[in-house]
Design a binder for this molecule. Structure first.
Ligand SMILES: [Zn+2]
Length: 272
């Protein structure tokens, strides 16, 4: 059955993988990939998935340094402190903390109660619930989404809300992985690898450069510019021998099917 592409709305989509009740479809038009859950598959519960087990919440010194470097090289030249920053999907608040240190006025938003609790314990201002309620329209100078849009059920809606919350000429800074041919090849050869390689069932969207640019354009953003990107997370640490062997094997496959990254800044126009 053909499904409508959630980004460009084309009907020209095809299924390229099916694994244990999860199907991944890809749009022929904008090359966007998206996961669909069969009725037999229980959709993962957000609060359970983004609990303390979630990799984004662990203490990762590599990430802490990388995010500071990110602020120095990519954020400070674009917007000077004490600009108001909203971080959507703030996780354990590492970026909020670093942005605050750099002099920005920060607010974090997350759907995960575990994330909000960690941020509050670190004294960081955060909110959950309805994104539209975090502040009034046009109240942020910059909104960031670090490796977040692939996990959203409705990325378009979230970016429309971000647009609403940004002031005119405010910036959206976004970083995401891009699905490439190497990953698709690996998943075709061994569909089970879709779990570690494509991070299903948590990852719901598999952007292409084209689908990401379409999405930003459709939400009203302009002047899309590519920012230099570097690796943000260190490899997860494994403990037991079995886990380490499994980890080594996965790393070899991941090194081949490494995801491409797109790191982008774009602007809400002055008049809209
Ligand atoms: Zn499409």
């Amino acid at each position: 059955m053909q499904m409508q592409c959630p980004i460009c709305e084309s009907q020209e989509t095809r299924r390229f993988a099916a694994i244990r009740g999860i199907e991944i479809h890809r749009c022929r038009h904008c090359e966007h990939g998206f996961a669909l859950f069969s009725q037999h598959y229980e959709e993962p519960k957000i609060q359970e998935m983004y609990s303390l087990e979630f990799s984004g919440y662990r203490n990762d010194p590599y990430y802490q340094n990388a995010i500071r470097e990110e602020i120095r090289t990519n954020i400070l030249p674009l917007v000077t402190p004490p600009a108001r920053v909203l971080d959507i999907g703030c996780g354990n608040g590492e970026f909020l903390l670093a942005a605050q240190e750099a002099g920005y006025t920060v607010l974090g938003y997350d759907v995960s109660q575990a994330a909000l609790t960690i941020c509050e314990s670190r004294g960081l201002p955060v909110q959950g619930g309805d994104l539209m309620q975090v502040s009034s329209a046009g109240s942020f100078d910059i909104i960031t989404l670090w490796n977040v849009i692939i996990y959203l059920s409705e990325p378009r809606r979230t970016l429309q809300q971000a647009y609403h919350l940004l002031r005119p000429v405010g910036l959206l800074v976004l970083r995401t992985s891009i699905l490439n041919r190497r990953e698709m090849r690996v998943v075709r050869v061994c569909p089970r690898l879709a779990f570690p390689i494509l991070q299903i069932p948590s990852q719901l969207h598999f952007f292409s450069e084209s689908s990401l640019e379409q999405l930003l354009g459709r939400c009203g953003f302009q002047q899309v510019q590519r920012l230099p990107s570097r690796r943000l997370h260190s490899q997860p640490r494994r403990t037991s021998l079995k886990r380490r062997l499994k980890g080594q094997c996965l790393r070899t496959i991941r090194a081949y099917a490494r995801a491409d990254v797109m790191h982008i800044a774009c602007q809400k126009p002055a008049h809209h």
